[in-house]
Design a protein. Structure first.
Length: 301
């Protein structure tokens, strides 16, 4: 987005950043286990067909008896691996995990694929604690959970050409590779429509830090157009938290909720009488296919 007035106040972190970014969505105070009482290390080899912390592994020292569980690389159980290349041996998958039990990932290693895994898009759970490396998602997938249990199995982006980020792709039809910060891994997301607000109940369609519209948890209460905001998901469906000086009556505020609009329709912005216009969200020629008509109510630059 090129218009300075429309710079997003805070980006919605829907990707695996190592450190919590500023402006993390309000999650209503959800908690995880106390990391001070939990430590971990790379996974240890396990015997074939055993179940550890509820995950049926089907591995024996880094090999698999089930060739349908992914892999095909050379990295063994507990060894370093590349998420976008999934270069673990069969029966294992390269996973982001926490080496210290802090509840957030800081390394990668090969972990067992649950032989009774759930599919992409289905509810999932971590074993022992979040980001332990052990989940019940399938190959090249991770249990994505920011707000509450259960999480959702999301695909890990793959590379057609190892080491070439321009060749990232997603296996799920309609999903797109998404990397949301400098120290993040790539996951597969389904873009949403900010005008139609086609997300599931309890979610809203927001702009991410990379100008991709994604569904995220709706933490709004009674916020309206012009309400002060600090988090992107406080404004609720159909609204977006933008710089306060772009919204009439909000000058000086860090951010204020504004309304999505269609640039080829008559100006129906709530602040039209005060000079508010439906301004294109993207700069000329920058809008992805299908998003050419997306605008936001704003005072012109």
């Amino acid at each position: 987005m090129t218009t300075t007035r429309l710079a997003i106040v805070l980006a919605l972190p829907l990707v695996g950043c190592i450190a919590d970014p500023i402006g993390q969505p309000d999650d209503g105070g959800s908690t995880t286990d106390d990391p001070a009482t939990t430590t971990t290390s790379s996974p240890e080899p396990m015997t074939s067909g055993t179940t550890t912390a509820g995950v049926t592994t089907g591995v024996d020292g880094g090999t698999s008896t089930d060739s349908s569980t992914g892999g095909g690389g050379t990295a063994g159980l507990g060894e370093d691996c590349e998420l976008e290349e999934q270069n673990c041996v069969e029966g294992l998958k390269c996973m982001p995990y926490s080496t210290d039990g802090s509840g957030w990932w800081n390394d990668t290693a090969c972990f067992p694929v649950d032989t009774d895994h759930v599919d992409l898009g289905e509810p999932c759970q971590w074993e022992e604690y979040p980001w332990s490396g052990y989940d019940n998602c399938g190959p090249a997938a991770v249990c994505w959970d920011i707000v509450e249990e259960p999480g959702e199995c999301k695909g890990l982006c793959q590379m057609e050409v190892p080491g070439d980020w321009d060749t990232l792709f997603c296996e799920q039809e309609g999903a797109v590779p998404y990397v949301g910060c400098q120290d993040c891994f790539c996951i597969c997301e389904f873009p949403c429509d900010p005008i139609m607000q086609d997300c599931d109940e309890g979610q809203a369609c927001f702009s991410s830090s990379y100008d991709l519209f994604l569904c995220g948890p709706d933490a709004s209460t009674d916020e309206q157009h012009g309400s002060p905001c600090e988090f992107v998901n406080i404004c609720g469906p159909g609204l977006m938290c933008i710089n306060g000086d772009a919204v009439p009556g909000c000058e000086g505020a860090t951010g204020c909720c504004s309304t999505f609009c269609e640039v080829d329709q008559p100006n129906t912005c709530p602040g039209a009488a005060m000079g508010e216009e439906c301004v294109p969200w993207y700069g000329p020629g920058e809008a992805p296919e299908g998003y050419e008509n997306v605008g936001i109510c704003s005072l012109p630059a």
